[in-house]
Design a protein around this ligand. Structure first.
Ligand SMILES: Cc1cc2nc3c(=O)[nH]c(=O)nc-3n(C[C@H](O)[C@H](O)[C@H](O)COP(=O)(O)OP(=O)(O)OC[C@H]3O[C@@H](n4cnc5c(N)ncnc54)[C@H](O)[C@@H]3O)c2cc1C
Length: 483
């Protein structure tokens, strides 16, 4: 059996029964063993990581996932769970040795129940995030997780990566949004922890072990998620701010004035807006003059009694007077709001088109952001003043995408020594501010060595003990997260 033109692992080649057993569980049709059919599952979203597998299996039910994992355990074959394959750290593709079985969750896509009165939704792991948002909306509720890949990523992947996104500032990250989980453990045992409870005080919170575990402890098959009242009004603005401290102060004013109804707060330095305007034809700057830093702010409320637009205008008026804000546009309708969001979303693609660059997704306490950004930039410029630092993103929750682009005619990606020095300069600064080297994408293959370098020894030891206890044969997603 070959996938991707490479002989499959010797264990499987010597065991024709193994593939027959898998086919027996999921049906021939859902066992992918040809190179062409397996290709999309074996390369990650950005094309940075390519792996090989004995087979790609596409189960439909929890019982089928359990049987597949049990069979892999019996044959001592590694298991790689995969959702939408939109992860940015190479976590969902197998390594190159071709021994793994890739379990794709996409057929487990049932919304099991929406409980509007309990403000919960019970879903299978393969549900696309956008489908879950839509099912909640149909019941007059909000599922708040929102990110650029929401049309492709799956709830299981969101949970396994502890996804964050645009609204984490108000509603928290995936870790805050999960009430219950169902997981197939490394030996094929099913743990049914699908509680729909806000209060459940019976010792260790086991579901939290699987949230952010990147497939290294088990395969998530279903979840109970929190819902919220659906917003009845939404106001979006693009605001030119004097500088980053002014942006952080403005965020505080908005949170206070609105009773914490700020849904999103995204920083966009001028350099990022310029790249968006240069490379993305439909991106547009709605403000008449350029300034150094911008905030995209969105307020949303389930109340109709308060006008968010009036509230925003009031706060902006005060900020104009004390000089924190120099210009602003409040979207008059949904089309204008979409244009503002489009400018924000264009930044990612524009940087890709500009040049291969380093993407460092980090977080520090919100109050430390101004000092951190200045220190990290100084650290990079001390290595080469021509390097271009572009820090943008979810500053409302302290998370910035600190990207480093080469000079106009340079190539930072091709110079591994330079890249390593730049990454160290930024991460050392992150640690000096007691921050995190991975704010939202996880560790995967990409940041494994960085985690080993920066994680305190006690933490690394505890994680190793948990892995040893739950997956002693180290079959669950090997080569990811842990060294
Ligand atoms: C355009 C774009 C924008 C993005 N924006 C954000 C953002 O704002 N915030 C953010 O947090 N991320 C963002 N991401 C990254 C990515 O979308 C998230 O990490 C997402 O949660 C991954 O979900 P997925 O289903 O694609 O998972 P995959 O990529 O398939 O898998 C990711 C990891 O989870 C594991 N896994 C997947 N499913 C399961 C399961 N059922 N059980 C156990 N383990 C599993 C995999 O083994 C792998 O380690 C973005 C990605 C893109 C391409």
């Amino acid at each position: 059996m070959e996938i991707n033109g490479t002989a499959a692992a010797s264990a499987a080649v010597g065991e024709p029964d193994f593939l027959a057993a898998l086919a027996n569980i999921v049906g021939e049709k859902w066992l992918v063993t040809t190179a062409a059919d397996a290709e999309p599952f074996l390369v990650d979203w950005r094309g940075l990581f390519r792996g090989q597998a004995v087979a790609v299996v596409r189960p439909k039910t929890t019982a089928e996932v359990a049987s597949v994992v049990r069979t892999c355990h019996q044959y001592r074959l590694p298991v790689v769970p995969q959702g939408g394959n939109t992860g940015l750290v190479g976590g969902a593709v197998p390594d190159a040795d071709g021994a793994a079985v890739l379990i794709h969750l996409g057929r487990m896509n049932q919304i099991r129940a929406v409980d509007a009165a309990n403000y919960t939704i019970s879903v299978e792991a393969g549900c696309i995030l956008q489908t879950v948002q839509e099912a909640a909306a149909q019941a007059g509720r909000l599922f708040p997780l929102s990110l650029g890949a929401e049309g492709s990523c799956q709830i299981g992947g969101n949970i396994a990566t502890n996804a964050g996104g645009m609204r984490a500032l108000r509603y928290g990250i995936m870790r805050d949004l999960v009430l219950g989980l169902e997981v197939v453990l490394a030996d094929g045992t099913v743990w049914n922890g699908l509680k729909r409870l806000r209060k459940n005080n019976v010792g260790y919170d086991l579901k939290q072990l699987f949230i952010g575990s990147e497939g290294t402890l088990g395969v998530i098959t279903a979840a109970v998620l929190k819902l919220f009242p659906a917003p009845k009004q939404r106001t979006t603005a693009l605001i030119a701010v004097r500088d980053v401290p002014a942006a952080i102060a403005l965020l505080s004013s908005l949170r206070e004035a609105s009773g914490d109804e700020v849904d999103a707060c995204e920083l966009m330095p001028r350099a990022s807006v310029d790249l968006a305007l240069k490379h993305i034809s439909h991106a547009r700057d709605p403000l008449d003059e350029a300034c150094e830093d911008y905030l995209l702010v969105e307020l949303a409320s389930a109340r109709e009694s308060v006008s968010l637009q009036d509230l925003l205008e009031g706060v902006l008026g005060e900020a104009f007077e004390d000089g924190r804000v120099t210009n602003a546009v409040i979207a008059a309708n949904e089309t204008q709001a979409s244009e503002i969001w489009l400018l924000r979303e264009a930044i990612v693609e524009a940087q890709r088109l500009e040049a291969p660059h380093l993407k460092l997704d980090v977080s520090v306490p919100v109050s430390d952001l101004p000092l951190f950004l200045a220190a990290a930039k100084a650290g990079v410029e001390a290595i080469d003043p021509a390097l271009r630092c572009i820090a943008f993103g979810h500053v409302g929750d302290g998370n910035v995408h600190f990207n480093v682009l080469p000079p106009e005619d340079g190539d930072i990606a091709a110079d591994s020594n330079l890249s390593k020095r730049v990454v160290s300069a930024v991460y050392d600064t992150v640690m000096a501010f007691d921050g995190s080297i991975s704010a939202e994408h996880g560790i995967g293959q990409l940041k494994r060595e960085d985690l080993a370098r920066y994680q305190p020894g006690v933490e690394a030891k505890l994680m190793g003990l948990i892995k040893q206890a739950m997956d002693p044969d180290r079959l669950m997603n090997p080569g990811k997260l842990l060294t």
